[in-house]
Design a protein around this ligand. Structure first.
Ligand SMILES: NC(=O)c1ccc[n+]([C@@H]2O[C@H](COP(=O)([O-])OP(=O)(O)OC[C@H]3O[C@@H](n4cnc5c(N)ncnc54)[C@H](O)[C@@H]3O)[C@@H](O)[C@H]2O)c1
Ligand SMILES: [Zn+2]
Length: 252
């Protein structure tokens, strides 16, 4: 960070848990830092909230070397990444993913986007962060439902790429759902390395990387249909994997 200027972007829930802590650490380290909060929820991963963030950044006179930190789950990462990619044609971006899903999936690979009422992730770009700071310790405050949402993407990458990891997940699933610390650490490490491997071979998704969309064609359609409420991304992808597998089997 060149001029030591940082703006953290987070949502109300994550702010109440970790916002003040992060701000005080940064300030102690001499960073001129600030925090902008948006409401919590997938339906706020939108162009209108992106516009709100542009307004707030302009008010704070954020310039091209002001770094943005996304603090939160996949929604915060995708939204902050989108704003970082577009505000003044690109600001330095750092992700601090705080959900299991964001730690193993959305913070890696540089896809950033907001949703449109008619299609998910349809307005976006590829924009790589300068760094990703992942601390599995923060998963201890995550809801059971969001642990499950993250496990869904871990199962996805296991089905795609690693029968061994799939077996390991099957064996440890009960402990994982109980947020067993060491096992969660292992999931994070293993799932990240599987995803990184695929993304490095095809960063722009011209071919191979498309395998990571397993469950997502159907899943995204379900999320749009639900109006980005009541059905989480993980739940939609879980249903998507079931339906897509059935379609594949019926086709022989
Ligand atoms: N860019 C990519 O490659 C990519 C990949 C996968 C998913 N995604 C996107 O990620 C999004 C889903 O992400 P998600 O599942 O993380 O949802 P999310 O960001 O909505 O987070 C889920 C919930 O957990 C809360 N939360 C976050 N961290 C917490 C913590 N440490 N303790 C307690 N609560 C916490 C959030 O406030 C929210 O209520 C979707 O929009 C999806 O499209 C993107
Ligand atoms: Zn996904």
């Amino acid at each position: 960070v060149e001029n030591k200027r940082i703006v953290i972007i987070t949502n109300s829930l994550v702010n109440s848990l970790y916002g003040a802590k992060l701000l005080s650490v940064l300030r102690k380290d001499g960073f001129n830092s600030d925090l902008i909060q948006v409401p919590d929820g997938e339906k706020y991963k939108s162009l209108s909230i992106a516009k709100y963030l542009y307004d707030e950044l302009l008010k704070r006179k954020a310039d091209r070397i002001t770094a943005l930190i996304s603090l939160g789950g996949g929604v915060m990462g995708d939204l902050t990444g989108f704003v970082a990619a577009t505000y003044m044609r690109g600001l330095p971006l750092v992700h601090i993913p705080t959900t299991l899903l964001a730690q193993i999936d959305s913070s890696i690979g540089g896809k950033v986007a907001v949703d449109h009422p008619l299609a998910k992730n349809i307005i976006g770009s590829f924009y790589q962060p300068k760094a990703v700071y992942t601390d599995p310790e923060v998963l201890q405050t995550l809801s059971d439902k969001d642990i499950k949402n993250g496990i869904v993407e871990a199962i996805k990458v296991a089905v795609i790429k690693s029968p061994d990891f799939f077996k390991w997940l099957e064996k440890n699933i009960d402990q994982l759902l109980k947020k067993h610390k060491e096992l969660l650490c292992e999931v994070v490490k293993e799932a990240i390395s599987l995803k990184v491997d695929i993304v490095l071979k095809d960063p722009w998704e011209n071919g191979l990387r498309k395998v990571l969309n397993f469950g997502h064609s159907i899943g995204h359609a379900l999320e749009v249909e639900a109006g980005y409420q009541d059905l989480s991304h993980g739940e939609a992808v879980a249903l998507g994997m079931l339906i897509e597998t059935k379609i594949a089997r019926n086709r022989g």
